[in-house]
Each structure stands twice: as structure tokens, then as C-alpha cells.
Design a protein around this ligand. Structure first.
Ligand code: ADP
Length: 437
């Protein structure tokens, strides 16, 4: 499922970018090729002006000059003297049929270009003794493209016609190479884009994947935690049906039902925080009084385990803290309950409160719970705030589902505070909750 979405997003991202890039390349190629053809035709026309001027000045057209001109511009020359093919064509080049055909085709193209009143594009044929006309034409027999120029020079009542053909093959090859270069660049860019999109969408999807994995783990852990009390309840019900020791089994059923109910409440609370439906109602609270009351409620539990539970409060009067008293009491209860659970008999637990000013009117409260219990390994310290996480050493503790610290973390985060843990100097753990005033 994840792979499918990842692949689809990659194809979509790189596809859209590739299409935009290809359209841009095509536009560029169109503009560049039109420019190349235009420039080529323009320089051909300029060259024809020069050649016409040269021809006008020469009384005799030498073969040397003709072959030099042909080589210079990579042209093909046909010279007609009063409509008769000039000797140059027959001696210097093999007058094969294809060459003759080319001459005929270019003359036919020229004929169709010139109308009785002027050129086909509307220009008047020059009334002067010499003029030349340039036009593009494609040989119907070979399909090869040319720029063609027909030069007319009237001298001493004789008409000299020079037809000059410039093949477009080199230009077309240049354009073809340019297209190949663009194709390779586009292909390379599409490959790089695809890799980038793969990595980018992977990054984008990672939180969703992590969230999905967390949810799966949450459901699996919750089902696992509910299975044990349910199994106990079922076996007790069976015993009750047998008719023996009903009172004892009903007591166990009640205990296990309460355990399940507390677990379900915790899960509902966490799911509410995931959906941003975690209700807190802030009010000015005297934290020292709140801590004293909470500590008192754990005194009997501590006494049962022969633990000494002490509280340390600042002597001066503290400003009120804007928080939800019920929720903060819940956090302190979680920390105290853990400290009592994970400290061996005879151990010491200390709850303390301090206040640090951060500005003239504001400050931070720190609530600390310190014990000298079993402690938490560095490896476990990174995971204890995860849902359903329980360190191996504490798996046997009854009534602990591994949700307490994740609930505490959510509550503190909703108050824009923080919670941290480190080893206490007495060998146990020291949890510190910081709350903004
Ligand atoms: P639990 O309900 O299991 O206590 P918590 O989320 O409150 O779940 O705590 C997660 C784990 O962190 C506990 O299972 C325990 O391993 C460890 N832990 C929490 N508090 C203490 C403590 N004061 N001393 C040692 N280990 C602790």
C-alpha cells in the first residue's frame, strides 16, 4: 500500500515536471530552429548579392572563379548562356542525369515562383539589367531541401542566368544534432527528477508511515493488554458457574474490570490527544497546594511499602501557575505512582517544586520526582514516553500498562511545557516537569 502510493506520487511529481520541461524544450527548439533557418536564408541572400556584383563586373566568367565560389559556399552552380548550358557544367562536373534533373527542378520551382507581373510573393521583378531571386525549394525527386538563387544578368543583348543551389543538409544535420542533444538532456533530467521525486515523496510520506505503524502497534498492544484481564474474568465466571467460592471470584472479576476500565480510559485520553480533542481548562493554580494534596493522597501507598515520601516546597510565596489543576495532578500522580512502584521497600521518594524567573513578569515552574529505586537504563530512557513501552525489569508490575508516561507527556505538551528524565544522584530516577507560568 505504502509502496504503491509512494510510486504513484513519484510518477505524478516527475511526470508533471517532465511534461513541463519537454514542452519548454520543444518551444525553445521551435524558436531556435526558426531562427537558424531565417539566419541561414539571410546570409545566403547576402552572399548572392556579392556574387551578382562580381558577375556583373566580370566580362568573362572563368572556370577557376566558378569552382572557387562553389567550394567556398558549398554551392552548386548552373550557368546558362542565353538558355544554353554553359561549358563549365559539362567539363568540371559529370553531367549525370541527377544533376540535370536538379537543374530542371530548380528552374521549374523558379518558374512557379515568378508570375507574369512579378514574384509569387507579390514583389515586382526588377526592371534593371541584373537581378536575382532567392527562394527555398525541395527537390521532388530526392526530397532534399535547398536554398536556390536565380541570377539574371543582361549583357550586350545576351542573357546570362546563374542558378545557385545551397543544400540545406548541413543545416538539417546541425538541427538534428541539436534535437538529439536536447533529447539526451531531457532524458537525463527526467531520470534525475524521478530519483529526486522518489526521495522527496518518501520523505513526505515517512511521517504518515510512522503514524500508521504507531497505530498498528497501539492497537496490537491494547488488544494484548485487554486480553489478560478478559481471560481472568472468563475463568472466574466459569468457576462461579461451578458454584464454588463465588465471593472470591466476584472480587477478582471486579478488580480486573476496574483494571480494564482504567486502561480503556487511558486509551480514550490518548486517542483524544491524537485527534486534538484533549480538553484542558486553564486557571490560576497554586502549585504548592496542589502538590501537597497529591503527596498526601500517596502517603498510605508509600507507607504500605515502607517508603519515605517527602515534599520540598519553596519558602517564599509563589505566583499562580496558569494550568489545568486536574491534569497537572494527574501528571504528578503518574510520576509518584511510578516512583512508588519502581522503588524497593525502605526507599526514599522526594517531590519538590521550584520557580525560576525568565523575565520581569514571567517564569517557569519545575516539578521534580526523585527516587532511589531500580533506575532506568539509558536505552530505556529514550523509549519510556512511547505508548505501551515498559522496561523489561518492570514488566511484572501489576496495574501498569506502559501508558502513564505517554499520558503525562501529552498533558505537559498541551501546557507548552516539557518533561524529562535523568539518573538521580541517589541511584534511582529523577523526573522533571517544566511548566510555563
Ligand atoms: P507503566 O504504567 O508501566 O509505569 P509508564 O509509561 O508510566 O508505564 O512508564 C513506562 C516505563 O518507564 C515503566 O514501565 C518503567 O519501566 C519505567 N519507569 C517509569 N518510572 C520509573 C521510575 N520511577 N523508576 C524506574 N523505572 C520507571
Amino acid at each position: 500500500m505504502y509502496q504503491k502510493v509512494h510510486l504513484r506520487l513519484t510518477v505524478l511529481c516527475s511526470g508533471i515536471t517532465a511534461v513541463i520541461m519537454i514542452v519548454m524544450s520543444l518551444c525553445y527548439l521551435y524558436v531556435s530552429e526558426t531562427g537558424l533557418y531565417g539566419n541561414h536564408f539571410h546570409s545566403f541572400q547576402n552572399h548572392m548579392n556579392t556574387i551578382t556584383a562580381n558577375l556583373e563586373q566580370q566580362s568573362v566568367i572563368s572556370m577557376e572563379w566558378l569552382s572557387k565560389m562553389e567550394a567556398q559556399g558549398n554551392y552548386t552552380f548552373f550557368v546558362l548562356d542565353n538558355g544554353i548550358s554553359f561549358l563549365y557544367n559539362q567539363v568540371s562536373q559529370e553531367t549525370d542525369s541527377s544533376r540535370k534533373k536538379l537543374l530542371e527542378e530548380s528552374l521549374a520551382a523558379y518558374g512557379s515562383k515568378i508570375t507574369a507581373s512579378g514574384t509569387a510573393d507579390g514583389r515586382k521583378v526588377s526592371p534593371y539589367v541584373s537581378y536575382h531571386t532567392e527562394f527555398p525549394f525541395t527537390s521532388p525527386s530526392t526530397g532534399e531541401g535547398f536554398y536556390s538563387s536565380v541570377i539574371h544578368i543582361e549583357k550586350n543583348s545576351s542573357l546570362l542566368q546563374v542558378i545557385i543551389l545551397s543544400s540545406l543538409r548541413p543545416l538539417k544535420e546541425q538541427i538534428f544534432h541539436q534535437r538529439i542533444r536536447f533529447l539526451l538532456i531531457d532524458l537525463g533530467a527526467v531520470a534525475v527528477l524521478s530519483l529526486f521525486s522518489w526521495a522527496f515523496t518518501g520523505r513526505l510520506l515517512r511521517p504518515i508511515l510512522e503514524n500508521q505503524q504507531k497505530q498498528v502497534q497501539f492497537v496490537a498492544a491494547a488488544s494484548h493488554e485487554l486480553r489478560t484481564p478478559l481471560a481472568v474474568i472468563l475463568s472466574c465466571v466459569e468457576c462461579c458457574q461451578g458454584g464454588q467460592g463465588q465471593g472470591k471470584f466476584l472480587k477478582i472479576i471486579k478488580q480486573e474490570s476496574l483494571r480494564m476500565s482504567s486502561l480503556v480510559n487511558d486509551m480514550l485520553l490518548l486517542s483524544g490527544s491524537d485527534n486534538h480533542r484533549f480538553p484542558i481548562s486553564k486557571e490560576p493554580v497554586e502549585l504548592d497546594t496542589l502538590l501537597m494534596n497529591t503527596c498526601e493522597s500517596f502517603e498510605s501507598m508509600a507507607r504500605e511499602k515502607s517508603l519515605s515520601l517527602s515534599i520540598g516546597l519553596p519558602e517564599n510565596i509563589l505566583p499562580p501557575c496558569s494550568c489545568d489543576p486536574g491534569r497537572i495532578q494527574q501528571v504528578v500522580s503518574i510520576l509518584l505512582h511510578n516512583a512508588i512502584s519502581y522503588t524497593r521497600e525502605g526507599g526514599k521518594i522526594n517531590l519538590s517544586l521550584s520557580y525560576q524567573k525568565t523575565s520581569l513578569e514571567k517564569g517557569n515552574f519545575s516539578i521534580s520526582v526523585k527516587d532511589n529505586g531500580i533506575g532506568i537504563s539509558n536505552e530505556d530512557k529514550k523509549k519510556i514516553f512511547d505508548r505501551f513501552y515498559r522496561a523489561e525489569r518492570s514488566r511484572t508490575a501489576k496495574g501498569h500498562f506502559g501508558l502513564g508516561l505517554s499520558i503525562a507527556w501529552e498533558i505537559v505538551a498541551t501546557h507548552q511545557g516539557s518533561i524529562s528524565v535523568k539518573d538521580s544522584e541517589t541511584g534511582g530516577s529523577l523526573f522533571t516537569v517544566t511548566l510555563p507560568q
